[in-house]
Design a protein around this ligand. Structure first.
Ligand code: PGA
Length: 248
């Protein structure tokens, strides 16, 4: 049985005051019937983890370097994230793939580094609008998955987030059939890559998830939660998404 996961990616947003959200979410979802994760900027991880304590909200990083340490100015290692209190890290977000030219091979190395230190890696993948319109979505996703997921990943060490690039921050989402089609492909291919363990890997949908579309997305087979950007910045947006997930 896969435990559902509502994950918030704050990107380069949020201040120390924004961490009040952790107490608000912890109080609203004390039943802990699904996993709740916030990924604030790295500078807020340690105070976020302190405020989350042993409550239902986990904290995670938004990226890590593949190396444990070294001359990598501006980067943060998976071990450093873990020391700050993170239990997850997002890798291969499309904003990083696009802005920093991160390849599937680089993303795989980051995911492996995270897993080796004991973090769960949330590996992101997704097609561009051009690829979708050319009918290439399933082929693109299958290749990204194969090349970005470390061998030996398990349900405890890997989460996969399907995020169509054209749906991120745009208010547009694929049809429910299109989301279901990609998630079915991911589930099948994960089983091919990881054997029966592929059944235990959680699959998140991401891209313009909002309180008003969350329930329909969560009702789809093989959608185990969401990776939420803009709507994870305020309790009044994110909390109803968590509630919809618990009720799904
Ligand atoms: P969005 O971002 O919810 O603002 O579309 C999702 C993401 O980038 O993970």
């Amino acid at each position: 049985m896969r435990r559902k996961l509502a994950a918030g990616n704050w990107k380069m947003n949020g201040t120390i005051e924004a961490l009040d959200m952790i107490e608000d979410l912890s109080a609203a979802h004390a039943d802990a019937s699904c996993d709740i994760l916030l990924c604030p900027p790295a500078t807020l991880l340690a105070p976020a983890a302190a405020r989350a304590g042993t409550g239902p909200v986990a904290v995670g990083g938004q990226d890590c370097h593949a190396a444990a340490k070294g001359a990598h100015t501006g980067d943060v290692s998976a071990g450093m994230l873990a020391e700050a209190g993170a239990t997850y890290v997002i890798v291969g977000h499309s904003e990083r793939r696009e802005t920093y030219g991160e390849t599937d091979v680089a993303v795989c190395a980051k995911a492996k580094a995270a897993q080796e230190i004991g973090l769960s890696a949330i590996v992101c993948l997704g097609e561009t609008l051009t690829q979708r319109e050319a009918g290439e979505t399933l082929a693109v996703i299958a290749k990204q998955l194969k090349d970005s997921v470390p061998q030996g990943s398990t349900g405890a060490t890997l989460v996969v987030a399907y995020e169509p690039i054209w749906a991120i921050g745009t208010g547009k989402i694929p049809t429910m059939e299109e989301i279901a089609e990609v998630h079915a492909l991911l589930r099948g291919d994960l089983t091919g890559l990881l054997g029966p363990e592929g059944q235990n890997v959680r699959l998140l949908y991401g891209g313009s998830v909002k309180p008003d579309n969350a329930a329909a997305i969560f009702a789809l087979p093989d959608v185990d939660g969401a990776l939420v950007g803009g709507a994870s910045l305020k309790t009044e947006d994110f909390s109803p998404i968590v509630t919809a997930l618990k009720q799904s």
